[in-house]
Design a protein around this ligand. Structure first.
Ligand code: AMP
Length: 380
């Protein structure tokens, strides 16, 4: 599909809804290419605001502020998918919003997302809509145990979800997720978790960063190793699914597909993120064109760039827990010349909060992961 879209050229101003580390790295990529960047969120002194030309402070549901922001920029994107759809719609009346608000609407709610995936025939774990406590018993009887109960809206990094091992745990589980509309899904005894970061241009062009293996700790991403090869044609299949999803949702921008790889080598889509993703942070240092620059290019209707990996790399996250005994020893981490440090400029280091990451290079992905983990160890 080719669409004629006028490119938004360097010198123009890009508006980002959201102000975290994803917006920060987007802004760095955009400024490097000569764009100006505005960010809007309810906070000040934010990771994105620190590197933007202008930081707007407003609630996402302040539609007058959103409209004022949109008028001052040439295109709008987001780095946080829980921006209310009304905000994206308000901006879209004035400026191009990429990806479009409909993509936000689908992906900010697990039930809508899973329903859309199933509707298009993409593989997911078996799931059921759980409207209320009464519906949970029937869903448990059909899905079986163990199962995972997840809130339908606003969940990420394992927040708002709990495992139900026995039907007798239903009450406790229902209360623990806040007694709210939910999805019950089959518990997958996966072999590993992987993701594909994909990009789609305004002209329909497709790019992907291959298959990245993701290791989690306490439901939060810990280590990512790009360029892994799944057995058989698993890697090609994962990319085909990712391509199918960005095309079915008509995404212009970057979208990450997270998968479970089952013990028999099957792929199940766990979750979508319609923006650059933590599992693609390696690309900032290790790819010809990073996921952040790719988002700039897609939003600006420029040609997508090469996703080629310059050399084997791995990424580890730096969570707030590392600050427990005071400021980490940054110079010790950098003792290895193949280690690169990224800090997001967050003032307060709370436990579990993503404060930065380390990317390391190596002879292969596992060697790079060892170096990145060793560098993190030296921080303490
Ligand atoms: P989510 O917030 O849905 O991405 O879930 C966070 C993490 O919880 C995933 O990366 C998995 O490690 C785990 N998880 C989520 N859903 C399931 C499931 N159905 N079966 C097994 N583990 C799961």
């Amino acid at each position: 599909m080719t669409r004629q879209t006028v490119p938004i050229l360097p010198g123009a101003t890009l508006g980002v809804l959201g102000s975290g580390q994803l917006g920060r790295m987007f802004a760095i990529a955009a400024r490097r290419m000569g764009y100006r960047v505005h960010t809007l969120s309810p906070d000040t002194g934010t990771p994105t605001g620190q590197v933007a030309d202008r930081e707007w402070v407003a609630d996402y549901d302040d539609l007058d502020a959103i409209a004022g922001f949109a008028r001052e920029v040439d295109a709008v994107t987001f780095e946080f998918e829980n921006v209310p759809v009304a905000a994206a719609e308000s901006a879209a009346r004035l400026r191009p919003v990429r990806p479009r608000g409909e993509v936000l609407h689908t992906t900010q709610n697990r039930l809508r997302e899973k329903t859309a995936l199933a509707h298009h025939g993409f593989p997911t774990a078996a799931f059921e809509h759980v409207r209320d406590r009464g519906a949970l018993d029937g869903a448990l009887a059909r899905i079986g145990t163990p199962a995972v109960l997840k809130t339908a809206g606003f969940g990420y990094d394992g927040k708002g979800q709990t495992v139900i091992r026995e039907p007798s745990e239903a009450d406790e589980a229902w209360q623990s997720i806040g007694a709210t509309e939910a999805v019950l899904e089959a518990f997958i005894d996966f072999e590993r978790e992987v993701s594909v970061v994909a990009a789609r241009g305004a002209d329909g062009a497709f790019a992907h960063y291959g298959v990245t293996e993701n290791r989690h700790r306490d439901h939060v991403l810990d280590v990512s190793i790009p360029g892994v090869q799944l057995p058989g044609n698993g890697s090609e299949e994962a990319v085909t699914i990712a391509r199918g999803i960005v095309e079915a949702l008509d995404v212009v921008g970057v979208l990450c597909v997270e998968f479970f790889v089952t013990r028999d080598g099957g792929l199940l889509v766990n979750e979508l993120a319609p923006r650059p993703h933590n599992s693609g942070h390696f690309s900032f240092d290790a790819s010809v064109v990073s996921q952040f620059e790719q988002q700039v290019r897609a939003v600006c209707a420029l040609p997508l760039g090469s996703t080629g990996l310059l050399r084997p790399a791995a990424m580890v996250n730096l969570l707030g827990d590392l600050w427990q005994d005071g400021e980490p020893d940054w110079s010790a981490a950098l003792d290895d010349p193949l280690v690169k440090l990224h800090l997001y400029g967050k003032a307060e280091a709370r436990a579990g909060r993503k404060m930065g990451h380390i990317t390391a290079f190596g002879d292969d992905g596992e060697d790079a992961a060892r170096r990145a983990l060793a560098a993190r160890e030296r921080l303490r």
